[in-house]
Design a protein around this ligand. Structure first.
Ligand SMILES: [Zn+2]
Length: 301
């Protein structure tokens, strides 16, 4: 099975651990180049629809505040960082008015793998730093440990360690004979349908989460639940675990609190509806689309 890696860092970037406090020394030697992309809340600063990387050999330039950036990875002599930027600071960079900002979801799907994975990682690291300034146990300030991605409470009596939180989520391609089950939420854009998905709960295996989500949302009881592939997704720090399963019966009872609609599609229905713009499927690099691709393969051979 092929890997789904559009949003995960390539091995060379993941393997290039640098101690964050070492960064300034590298700058002094002046043989490294920093490439920094900027975030304004859920937006990424872009230039002509492409992610804008500010290049400098001075990590302590006015644009970066101490502790307000994240180290993502290194490739040859280039070090990639992400940082939040205020609109005021951005206007300093944007004298010729070529910079704008775009929602990160659009950026993730409209760039190549390397850029998408840098944005995904840099966004998650910055969100994690922002959301964990204080210890949840005693309320003292947390200190970032630069030799690994973790934090420690500054209260010597507490010293609670905090690691990046990853939330396992399941997504499943459910079939009944030659049909696939697709559903839509009320707040999605018109005609968009996808596979069923949901968070794993405490004390529940991923397979049990698949079984529960299917039954809760559509009343469909599953058999032959099989893991297929996974994908990292930066919102809510999801690790999406992709499954396929078969329905025991085709009857659907929709949970109207969760879903607006859920239907069985044959391959012909699906192709016809997509061609006639009656059905929009998830974006190309998403795990949902890849689970549907997997099912479509059966009819192409
Ligand atoms: Zn504490």
């Amino acid at each position: 099975m092929k890997f789904l890696n559009h949003f995960s860092l390539s091995k060379d970037l993941r393997d290039s651990k640098i101690i964050e406090k070492e960064l300034s020394k590298l700058t002094k030697k002046n043989n490294y180049n920093f490439k920094i992309f900027f975030l304004i809340d859920d937006n990424v600063v872009t230039c002509k629809d492409v992610v804008f990387f500010y290049e400098t050999n001075n990590i302590y330039s006015d644009l970066l505040e101490k502790n307000n950036f994240a180290y993502i990875g290194k490739k040859a002599k280039t070090i990639f960082l992400s940082s939040f930027v205020s609109k005021e600071k951005l206007s300093f960079l944007n004298k010729s008015n070529i910079l704008e900002y775009r929602n990160i979801r659009e950026v993730l799907f409209s760039n190549n793998r390397e850029i998408s994975s840098l944005v995904s990682s840099g966004f998650q690291l910055m969100q994690w730093k922002k959301d964990n300034k204080f210890c949840g146990k005693c309320g003292f300030k947390n200190r970032f440990l630069s030799f690994e991605n973790s934090m420690i409470c500054s209260n010597q009596k507490c010293l609670k360690r905090i690691f990046p939180r990853i939330n396992p989520t399941v997504i499943v391609n459910i079939t009944y004979r030659d049909k696939i089950l697709l559903a839509r939420n009320r707040n999605w854009k018109k005609n968009l349908y996808s596979c069923l998905a949901g968070f794993c709960e405490f004390n529940e295996s991923a397979e049990e989460a698949v079984e529960r989500e299917s039954f809760e949302e559509t009343g469909v009881i599953l058999k032959e639940i099989e893991y297929v592939f996974s994908q990292t997704w930066p919102f809510q720090n999801n690790l999406m675990l992709g499954f396929q399963a078969k329905a025991k019966k085709s009857e659907i009872i929709i949970d109207k609190h969760e879903l607006e609609d859920a239907r069985w599609f044959s391959y012909r229905d699906l192709v016809f509806s997509v061609n006639n713009k009656k059905l929009i499927l998830p974006k190309k690099h998403s795990i949902a689309r890849n689970l549907i691709f997997l099912w479509e393969e059966r009819f192409k051979n």
